[in-house]
Design a protein around this ligand. Structure first.
Ligand code: ZN
Length: 113
């Protein structure tokens, strides 16, 4: 389960914020996850809840936004998503394309009191 390592990363990062800002309770963590990361937000949330007993993160919820990979046209520079892809560039019709795999994993913000 590769979510465990990334959950530890999130947990440590948020805990630093808790200490730095003297937060009492973290209610929600907003994540931005690239569609090539293959992380399941529900599993991250489960791991977080196991790790966070008796901490400011106890019972924390995870809200994840998936960021799509883009395809770039090497001829005209247009970028589009895979949903808009139909074998060629939607703007100039070129088939000279490059896939930019989105593997971002970002803690966007946290909701806390
Ligand atoms: Zn093009």
């Amino acid at each position: 389960m590769h979510e465990l390592a990334v959950t530890e990363y999130v947990f440590n990062l948020v805990n630093k914020q808790v200490e730095a800002n003297n937060l009492k309770k973290v209610e929600k963590i907003h994540l931005l996850i690239g569609d090539q990361c293959d992380y399941v937000p529900e599993i991250i949330e489960e791991y977080l809840q196991v790790m966070s007993d008796n901490t400011a993160l106890e019972g924390v919820k995870v809200d994840a936004t998936v960021k799509e990979s883009t395809i770039e046209c090497k001829d005209c520079g247009t970028q589009f998503t895979r949903h808009e892809y139909a074998g060629k560039c939607p703007k100039c019709g070129s088939e000279n394309l490059k896939l930019n795999r989105c593997t971002d994993f970002i803690v966007k913000n946290i909701e806390a009191i």
